[in-house]
Design a protein around this ligand. Structure first.
Ligand SMILES: NC(=O)c1ccc[n+]([C@@H]2O[C@H](COP(=O)([O-])OP(=O)(O)OC[C@H]3O[C@@H](n4cnc5c(N)ncnc54)[C@H](OP(=O)(O)O)[C@@H]3O)[C@@H](O)[C@H]2O)c1
Length: 255
């Protein structure tokens, strides 16, 4: 196969959750510029439509569907709308996520439920409903955005790290179950990348210095660092890669 076909995502229909901001938005833009049709999913309608408009002005075909990924009916309805518009879903990127850190003996249970609901249940629900469509069309590629936290615990982290550890195992279970159905399920695990999710934390000099001291590359991740891995995992180049957790972390987990 020629190199441009190996990494081709042109005309693929890619559904991205958490697409209004941060990593999801950055990936939406880059994949759109490579010719993919982008389905944008997140809750806040204004943010979502603003992002869709930004992409459309760059010539990217978009469909924005305001959806809470923790709500099964909403996720199913979003999948139905995508199929009605485009006829299929070639790729799913689960980037919707939230974080919550508190001393564990005082950890607020509602916060724990929310982190688990968005990061784990939301990933499960989108995989379930998009996977059902991919089973019908006999193929697809799914990428769950995990984290280095899926491998390592930390203080004050009763929910986020456990949610990402569970996402890693969900990724593997799905990969095994759907391997013969031509559906590949992988995860990408970034390290600290400056977005709204950690802006406050990284504004603290002590925390920021600690983060940089842990990254052998001596810089934060950037959304651009994730693009090559995402294209690989969405394209024919990765047809025999499934159930893999790809650390894009500047060496964090090697140390
Ligand atoms: N940034 C990092 O350093 C880093 C490192 C490792 C892993 N990650 C992972 O990367 C993913 C993206 O993070 P980010 O940094 O891009 O965060 P972000 O900038 O805070 O964006 C989070 C996105 O998720 C959406 N979202 C939150 N709850 C949702 C829900 N219930 N239903 C649908 N959408 C929802 C948000 O939109 P609405 O609020 O409008 O719904 C927003 O679009 C997360 O899974 C995160 O854990 C991030």
């Amino acid at each position: 196969m020629q190199i441009e076909n190996l990494f081709n995502v042109k005309d693929s229909v890619i559904m991205i959750t958490g697409a209004s901001r941060g990593i999801g938005k950055g990936l939406a833009l880059e994949l759109g510029l490579m010719g993919a049709k982008i389905v944008l999913i997140s809750r806040d309608q204004n943010n979502l439509l603003g992002t869709a408009q930004e992409l459309e002005t760059k010539g990217i075909t978009t469909l924005a569907i305001s959806t809470d990924v923790t709500d099964s009916d909403q996720v199913k309805s979003a999948v139905d709308q995508v199929v009605e518009r485009f006829g299929r879903i070639d790729g799913l990127i689960n980037s919707a996520g939230v974080v919550g850190l508190q001393p564990i003996a005082e950890f607020d249970e509602a916060l724990w439920d929310q982190v688990m609901a968005v990061n784990l249940k939301g990933t499960f629900l989108t995989c379930k409903w998009v996977g059902a469509q991919m089973l019908k069309q006999k193929g697809g590629k799914i990428i769950n955005i995990s984290s280095v936290r899926g491998l390592q615990g930390r203080r004050n982290d009763a929910a986020y790290a456990p949610s990402k550890g569970a996402v890693n195992l969900l990724t593997k279970s799905l990969a095994i179950e759907w391997a013969e159905d031509n559906i590949n399920v992988n995860a990408i695990a970034p390290t600290f990348t400056l977005t709204d999710i950690n802006r406050d934390l990284l504004a603290n000099e002590e925390a920021s210095n600690w983060v940089l001291s842990r990254i052998p590359k001596k810089r934060l991740g950037q959304i651009e660092d994730l693009v090559g891995s995402v294209i690989f995992l969405l394209s024919p180049a990765s047809d025999f890669v499934t159930g893999h957790i790809l650390y894009v972390d500047g060496g964090w987990t090697a140390a």
